[in-house]
Design a protein around this ligand. Structure first.
Ligand code: AMP
Ligand code: ZN
Length: 477
C-alpha cells in the first residue's frame, strides 16, 4: 500500500505524492509566543515531526515552513502587563520554545518565519484582496467579505450560505456560530504597536500571516498544510478564503489535523489552566524521551488522554527497547546467520512501514517493533540468534529510531534543560546482574577485551563496578 493520509478537505484517506517533483512543500502553524507552550501544543508539533521524518524516510525532500505568531491580542496584552516591548517579550518565549522543541528532538523546519518580519507580504496580500473586491473597511480596520468567496466552509464542512452579509468579527479566535466577515488588518489603537500602510496604520489579524508567508516561501499551492483540529475553523478556513481569493488556485492539496491532548477528559489549554509545560514534567523528573514517546505513540487523529501512568509506561517501553539494544551489543552469539531471524527482521520493518504508510499509524508501527523484540528475545534465549543477525536487528532498531528517536543518548540540548546528567534510562537490576555474570565468564576464559567492553557498556549506563575479594559489587552513579 502506498503512503496515505486522511485529508480533512475531502474527508477521505488519499494516496500522497507531492505535486510535480520530489519536494514536499509543507506549512504548519507554529506557536503563539506569549507563554511557555504546553505539552498539548507539543503533541501537535511532535505529530508534525513524525510526519516530516516519515516523508524523509519515503525519500522525499522537505521544504517545511513554520510560522511563529509574535503579534496578536494576547501577546500585546501580556507584553504590556510585563512592561516589555513586543520584541523583548516574544524573544524570550520563542527561545524557550526552540529549547523545548530540541529537548523533544523535534527537527527544525527549513524555514521558521516570525509574523512581524513579514508584514510587507501581508500588506501586499491585503492589497491584492482589495483590488479583487474581497475586502471593505470599517472604522479603520479592513475585513474579508466571506460572501465573496462562495466556497467558504469547504474545509470545516459547514454551510455558511445563510450568513448575514456585513456582520463582522474583530477578534481572531471565535467559533462556527460566530462565522462572520473576519478582520485582515486592525486599526491602530492607542498604546499598541502598529505599522504604517496605504490602508491605514494598524496591525495584521492572525489569519493573514499564514496565507502570506506560506505563499511567499512555498508558492501558490502547498502539498501539505497541518495543525491541530482547533485550527480547522476559523483559522484554516480563513487561510483558504484569503489565499484562493488571491490566486484562484487550490491553496493546499492535503490538510492534516491532529487531535487534542486531553487531561481528565478536557482539552489541555492555557485558558482552562489545566496544562503542563515540558519544563513542569522535567522538573518532576521525567525524561524528554518519555514525553516524546508518549506523544508519538497514539496515532495523531485519536485523542490522547494524558496521565502520569501513561508517561511511566512510555519510560518503561523505552527501557525495554534500550535493554534489547544492549543485549544485542553486549552478548556473544554463535557464529553464522539464521535466516529465520533475517526473515523476521524484514517482516518487522515491512509491518512498521505499513503502519506508518497508513496515515502515520504509530500504534501499529510500534506493535510491529515490540512483537519483534519479544520474538528475538525468545530466539536469543533458545540459542537461535546468531552473530550475523546482529545487523538485521540493528537495522530494525535503526528504522524505528529514525522516526521515534528515543534510543540514542540525549544530546546537549535536552540534558541542559533540567540540569540532569544526560544519562541513559535506568538499566534493570536483572540486566546488570546478567552482564556482570557474562563479564566474570569472559574473565575466566581470559577474554579480557570482552570483559572490558562489558564494563564500558555498564559505565555508559551509569553503573560502577567494584571488584572485591568477595566478588563484584555494583552501584548506580
Ligand atoms: P497555539 O500556540 O495556541 O497557536 O497552538 C499551537 C498548536 O498547538 C496549534 O496547532 C494548536 O492546534 C495546537 N494545540 C493547542 N492545544 C492543543 C492540545 N490540547 N492538544 C493538541 N494540540 C493542541
Ligand atoms: Zn496558521
Amino acid at each position: 500500500m502506498p503512503l496515505r493520509f486522511y485529508n480533512t478537505l475531502t474527508q477521505e484517506s488519499e494516496e500522497f505524492r507531492p505535486l510535480g517533483d520530489n519536494i514536499v512543500r509543507m506549512y504548519t502553524c507554529g506557536p503563539t509566543v506569549y507563554n511557555f507552550v504546553h505539552i498539548g501544543n507539543f503533541r501537535t508539533f511532535t505529530f508534525q515531526d513524525i510526519l516530516r521524518r516519515w516523508l524523509a524516510y519515503r525519500g522525499y525532500q522537505l521544504n517545511h515552513v513554520m510560522n511563529v505568531t509574535d503579534v496578536d491580542d494576547k501577546i500585546i496584552l501580556n507584553a504590556a502587563k510585563a512592561g516589555k516591548s513586543l520584541e523583548d517579550y516574544t524573544a524570550s518565549y520563542t527561545k524557550a520554545f526552540f529549547e523545548d522543541a530540541a529537548a523533544l528532538r523535534l527537527q527544525q523546519p527549513e524555514h521558521v518565519v516570525p509574523a512581524t518580519k513579514h508584514i510587507g507580504s501581508m500588506v501586499k496580500a491585503i492589497e491584492q484582496l482589495a483590488a479583487r473586491g474581497f475586502t471593505y473597511t470599517s472604522e479603520g480596520s479592513t475585513y474579508f467579505r466571506i460572501d465573496a468567496f462562495p466556497q467558504y466552509g469547504k474545509l470545516s464542512h459547514n454551510d455558511f450560505s445563510g450568513i448575514r452579509a456585513g456582520a463582522r468579527v474583530e477578534v481572531d479566535e471565535y467559533d462556527k456560530a460566530d462565522a462572520r466577515d473576519f478582520v485582515l488588518w486592525k486599526a491602530r489603537r492607542n498604546g499598541e504597536p502598529y505599522w504604517e500602510t496605504p490602508f491605514g496604520d494598524g496591525r495584521p489579524g492572525w489569519h493573514i500571516e499564514c496565507s502570506a508567508m506560506a505563499m511567499e516561501y512555498l508558492g501558490q499551492t502547498l502539498d501539505i498544510h497541518a495543525g491541530g483540529v482547533d485550527l480547522i475553523f476559523p483559522h484554516h478556513e480563513n487561510e483558504i478564503a484569503q489565499s484562493e481569493s488571491i490566486t484562484g488556485k487550490p491553496f493546499a492539496r492535503f490538510w492534516l489535523h491532529s487531535e487534542h491532548l486531553h487531561i481528565e477528559s478536557q482539552k489541555m489549554s492555557k485558558s482552562l489552566g489545566n496544562f503542563y509545560t515540558l519544563r513542569d514534567l522535567l522538573e518532576l523528573g521525567y525524561q524528554p524521551e518519555s514525553i516524546r514517546y508518549l506523544l508519538a505513540s497514539v496515532p495523531y487523529r485519536k485523542k490522547l488522554n494524558f496521565t502520569f501512568e501513561g508517561l511511566k509506561a512510555a519510560a518503561k517501553s523505552i527501557e525495554r527497547l534500550r535493554d534489547f539494544e544492549l543485549r544485542l551489543t553486549s552478548t556473544r552469539f554463535p557464529a553464522g546467520s539464521n535466516t529465520e531471524i533475517a526473515d523476521l527482521s524484514h517482516a518487522a520493518i515491512r509491518q512498521f512501514e505499513e503502519g506508518m504508510d497508513d496515515d502515520l499509524n504509530t500504534a501499529e508501527a510500534l506493535a510491529a517493533i515490540f512483537e519483534y523484540v519479544r520474538a528475538v528475545n525468545t530466539a536469543i534465549d533458545e540459542g537461535r540468534f546468531q552473530e550475523e543477525n546482529r545487523w538485521d536487528a540493528a537495522r530494525v532498531l535503526e528504522v524505528f529510531d529514525s522516526v521515534f528517536d528515543v534510543l540514542k543518548p540525549r544530546n546537549g540540548n535536552g540534558a541542559a534543560l533540567n540540569g540532569s546528567s544526560g544519562k541513559l534510562a535506568a538499566i534493570s537490576e536483572a540486566e546488570i546482574e546478567k552482564l556482570i555474570n557474562e563479564r566474570s565468564q569472559a574473565k575466566k576464559t581470559r577474554d579480557f577485551a570482552r570483559a572490558d567492553a562489558i564494563r564500558a557498556t555498564l559505565t555508559e549506563r551509569g553503573i560502577v563496578l567494584e571488584d572485591t575479594k568477595d566478588g563484584v559489587r555494583w552501584k548506580r552513579k
